[in-house]
Design a protein around this ligand. Structure first.
Ligand code: PMP
Length: 402
């Protein structure tokens, strides 16, 4: 096992669930890049699909009367995968774009149908929604909103509690339901430390949104494409959002791409009998042909190798292996769901030392909010590798405890 690793590891290559650093150390990739490497690294067939598309037509944007075949095929295919009624798609370059577009569209929808006071966007305490204007303004982690001065953030946003339906109802009633446009929620809060929803929480949230005519936006940038053992976390917890934001797992990180699924209700005032379920507006690389071809190949891999079912099968292995870390006197709590977990250390535990200890023993992890170690490996990880990772974290914790 390597004993000296430079502070900043530079990843030179990767295969499956494993990374190799520039100086030759092998590390098990617990963060899956940044929650995205669902099908694992180094897939030759993805590279071939990208090369084939690039040498045919690298991209052609989607505005106006033209499109490109991979973008149309991807939108048609996503339509069959998302739990959104009669979905259309806005294709983007990543998760922050998707959140920005979804929040703008939610507000615009209410303007369009004449309910012009509905402008407030709610979000969950602890949530993360990217770096753009809306994502920053609705961030549920205070440090992501700090430092800009309130005047440079988008007004008319408010935070609901992490998982308290009664308090959320009270807040909505105080703001006035007639003023609320949308509620944005990660089904499983990710960057905030991996918080799975309590039983009944998401259906309760959806019921509140329906009662007060608030658009529910599920931010599935992390949970989309299998991470919780269903194609979307919305499937797992039985909700049907008005909009779903997605990115990351849509290409497993092999190309930058995001999407917003928009329900028929919300798209109806803006669509005019289009033949493809794609909005005729967007940004330059909306529907980038190579990124869409990569996404199609990624979906083929997920389907052919039955990787979403694999996540379901590995869920108890991960829960047991990482759950046992809760016995460490340095650990406050372990929260696990699907193939993701947050190992929350006590506030005064030097997480940097634990992370360094893991690296020295062959496992890469990083820190999430609340002093939690980030666990969300590629779906191709084996049960033995899961147990190895948990053992390594246990050893690193022991070494720090001594
Ligand atoms: N939403 C969620 C839930 C995310 O986790 C992230 C990224 N970690 C984003 C949005 C932003 O995505 P991106 O970094 O691709 O812009």
């Amino acid at each position: 096992m390597p004993t000296t690793i430079k502070e900043r590891v530079v990843i030179a290559s990767a295969s499956g669930a494993w990374l190799t650093t520039e100086d030759g150390h092998r590390l098990l990739d617990l963060p899956a890049g940044l929650w995205y490497a669902n099908i694992g690294h180094g897939r030759e067939r993805i590279a071939q699909a990208a090369a084939k598309q690039m040498t045919t037509l690298e991209t052609y944007h989607l505005f106006g009367i033209h499109a490109n075949r991979p973008a149309i095929d991807l939108a048609e295919r996503l339509r069959g995968l998302v739990p959104v009624a009669d979905a259309s798609f806005i294709l983007t370059s990543g998760g922050s774009d998707s959140v920005e577009v979804a929040c703008k569209l939610a507000r615009r929808y209410w303007q369009q149908v004449g309910r012009t006071r509905k402008t407030v966007v709610l979000s969950r305490t602890g949530g993360y929604h990217g770096l753009h204007g809306f994502g920053t303004s609705i961030a549920g982690l205070d440090f992501n909103r700090a430092g800009y001065g309130t005047e440079s953030l988008i007004p008319e946003t408010a935070r609901i509690p992490l998982a308290d339906l009664a308090a959320t109802r009270t807040l909505i009633e105080r703001i006035g339901p007639g003023n609320v446009a949308a509620l944005v929620a990660e089904p499983v809060v990710g960057t905030g430390g991996v918080h799975p929803p309590p039983d009944g929480y998401l259906t309760g949230l959806q019921a509140l949104c329906q009662e007060f005519d608030i658009l529910l936006v599920a931010d599935e940038v992390i949970t989309g494409f299998g991470r919780t053992g269903e194609w979307f976390a919305s499937h797992r917890w039985g909700i049907e959002p008005d909009l779903i934001t997605m990115a990351k797992g849509i290409t497993s990180g092999y190309a930058p791409l995001g999407a917003v699924a928009v329900s028929g209700r919300v798209s109806e005032p803006f669509m005019s009998g289009d033949d493809a379920p794609i909005f005729r507006q967007g940004i330059t690389y909306s529907g980038h042909a190579t990124a869409c071809a990569v996404a199609m190949e990624n979906l083929d891999v997920l389907e052919e190798e039955d990787l979403v079912a694999r996540v379901r099968a590995l869920e108890p292995v991960l829960a047991t292996a990482f759950g046992s870390l809760a016995e460490s006197p340095l650990v406050h709590e372990v929260r696990a769901i699907g193939l993701m977990a947050g190992v929350q250390l006590l506030p005064d535990v030097p997480a940097d030392e634990v992370i360094r200890g893991c690296r020295e023993r062959g496992v890469l992890t990083r820190l999430l909010a609340g002093n939690a170690l980030h666990v969300c490996p590629p779906f191709v990880i084996t049960p033995d590798e899961i147990r190895f990772a948990a053992d390594v974290i246990a050893a690193a914790l022991d070494a720090v405890a001594e």
